[in-house]
Every structure is written in C-alpha cells, then in structure tokens.
Design a protein around this ligand. Structure first.
Ligand code: DGY
Length: 326
C-alpha cells in the first residue's frame, strides 16, 4: 500500500476542518500559538503535496521551490490573500484556494459593531467608568454621533461591502460607495460615487476593499483632509490600506472624530505605537470573522480546497483558475 501524501498545516485550525485533512492525508501540524518562522516554513514544506496556510504566512516563489515539484496546492485559511504572491504560484501551475462567502456576515456584523462603538464612544465610556471618572449623569458627557439620516461611505462594494450596506440601510443611513469595478444594480438604494465624493460626504466610512498596490495607503493625509470633521473611519479589511501616521495626526488633531481598527500595519501593533495613546481610537486584534461557526466553516472550506488540490481535482474555491487552462 502506498503511503498517504504529506501536507503541512501551519497552525491548529478548528477541529471540523483539521479532522477532514487528518482523515485524508498525512498531516504535519504546526502546533505553536505563533506562526512558523520563514526558515521553518521553508524546511517543513519540503516534500509536501499540499500546504494549508494562514494570512500570517507569506507564500512567494521561494516556497514552491523549497517544497519541490510534487506541491499540488496552496490553501489559505482566509478570504484575503495578500500574504500570497499568487502569480508565483500560477507560474508553477499551483492552484491557490481561499474561503470566500462564508465570513461575509460575521465580518459585516463586526464592522457595524465597531462603527457603533466608535461613533457612540462605547469603549471610551467603559474606560471612563473603570477609571473612576463617572461622578454623575451629565448632559454633555461622552457625546457621540447619531445614525439616522447620516451617510455611510463604503470603500469596496464586494460581498462584505454590500452586507455592510444592508445593515446600514436598516438603521436608516444613506449609503454611498466607491468601487471602480462595481456595476451599479438598478434597484440598489446605495449609490456609486467617486472617492472624492465619498470622502467629503460621509459621516462614517467603512473599508472593505482588498489590499493591492492601488489600495495601499488609500486613506492617506490627503484623504483625511477631505473628510468631514465628524467622520468615523472603520477598517476591517487590511491594515496597510490606511497610512497609520496620517490617521494618528487626523485623530490627534480632531481632523476626524474617531476610528476603529480590526486590522493594523503591522499585526500585532507594537506596544509603543502612538496609536495606542488615542482615546478616540478602538483597536481590536483582527477578529471580524471570529465567530465559532464562521471559523468552523472557514476551516472546512480550507480543508476542502486542500483535499481537492492534493487529489488533483479542481479546488472548490480557486483564486487562480487560469492554472486549469494550461
Ligand atoms: C480574511 O479571511 O481575509 C480575514 O481577514 C480573516 O478572517
């Protein structure tokens, strides 16, 4: 009987997905809480037929070379794939999988939660109580912004951006969006606008665009200068879409009202980052998709991509389907 193909899984993923892989293949599992170092990645992929990696692992052309010609698939346990140099995999005919669709609602829920928390100063208010500053009810204590009638600007109108719009419409917000590739639907109450219009008209801005050379530092000092003074900015997409020094200045000087970041650049943020001093900024550790059932589904989808790839079948969710046209 021939030995099962070997695969490398770079972290303990939810059991529902891990078991699928362990039942199918011989799994080398990285069990540390922290990601494997680059050197360890390059060693551990040697001879594997498949790699199941996380957004904390960089996969570029060096990795398939280190793995060897038997590498048949790279499966990312995330919908975003800016950690993978996809053309390097495509050039070697290696399909790359991701986990689209299943984390849309969890991520939009969390983006909306962050928006409400930042606009109504929930985290700041909690600190206010815990640090003994609450002396009495006051007419002007911790005033925030109203939602009804305000304008939400969504940057990136894909699945998650549209789910964010649905939530906002339920709160009677006006919704506008900027997305050069989106084709407006005739019955969509949300309106497509230019980036300049979005920046200057939005009371709230939520980022839902992938990270690419075009979106890196899209929110820079120039963008902050165009925003309203009451603007609240939420980022659940990728940290480098915001120029963090420009964000710091905008929050520190009151150029904008508040912000909430699920993602930062780098992750984790160093403890001496000046951002951590700001009262009007909420920062959480990249958990927008972190609900139990969503993470189970992500693990199962990543496992299904890995299993299909090792079997030489088409991945259920493939980022570079052009590998199949060869
Ligand atoms: C993704 O999947 O890209 C998210 O950032 C993590 O869930």
């Amino acid at each position: 009987m021939s030995a099962k193909p070997k695969v490398f899984v770079t972290r303990i993923i939810p059991a529902k997905g891990l078991q699928m892989v362990q039942e199918a293949w011989d799994v080398d599992l990285w069990t540390d809480d922290l990601p494997p170092s680059r050197d360890i990645m390059l060693q551990r992929v040697r001879g594997v037929a498949g790699l199941l990696c996380l957004l904390t692992d960089r996969v570029d052309g060096e990795l398939p070379v280190a793995a060897g010609p038997q590498l048949k698939v790279v499966s990312n346990h995330a919908v975003g794939f800016d950690n993978i140099v996809v053309p390097d995999c495509t050039a070697r005919g290696i399909p790359v999988g991701n986990t689209p669709g299943i984390l849309t609602d969890a991520t939009a829920d969390f983006a909306f939660a962050l928006l409400m928390a930042a606009a109504r100063r929930v985290v700041e208010a909690d600190r206010y109580v815990r640090t003994g500053q609450w002396k009495t009810w006051g007419p002007s204590v911790l005033l925030g912004s109203d939602f009804v009638g305000a304008t939400l600007g969504i940057v990136g109108y894909g699945r998650i951006g549209q789910a964010m719009a649905r939530r906002a419409l339920g709160f009677d917000l006006r919704v506008i969006y900027y997305d050069p590739t989106a084709i407006p639907e005739p019955n969509d109450p949300a309106q497509k606008v230019s980036l300049e219009t979005l920046l200057s008209e939005s009371d709230f801005i939520s980022l839902h665009t992938p990270l690419s050379p075009a979106t890196r530092h899209l929110m820079d000092a120039r963008a902050f200068a165009q925003m309203k003074q009451n603007a609240v900015l939420v980022n659940t997409a990728r940290g480098p879409i915001i120029d963090q020094m420009a964000l710091y200045d905008a929050l520190k000087t009151g150029r904008i009202f508040a912000a909430a970041l699920d993602v930062t650049d780098p992750e984790p943020l160093p403890m001496d980052s000046p951002l951590l001093e700001l009262e009007n900024l909420i920062i959480v550790p990249h958990i927008a998709s972190a609900s139990q059932s969503t993470r189970d589904k992500m693990a199962m989808m990543a496992a299904a991509n890995l299993i299909a790839g090792v079997q030489g079948q088409r991945l259920p969710n493939c980022i570079n389907p052009q590998v199949y046209d060869r």
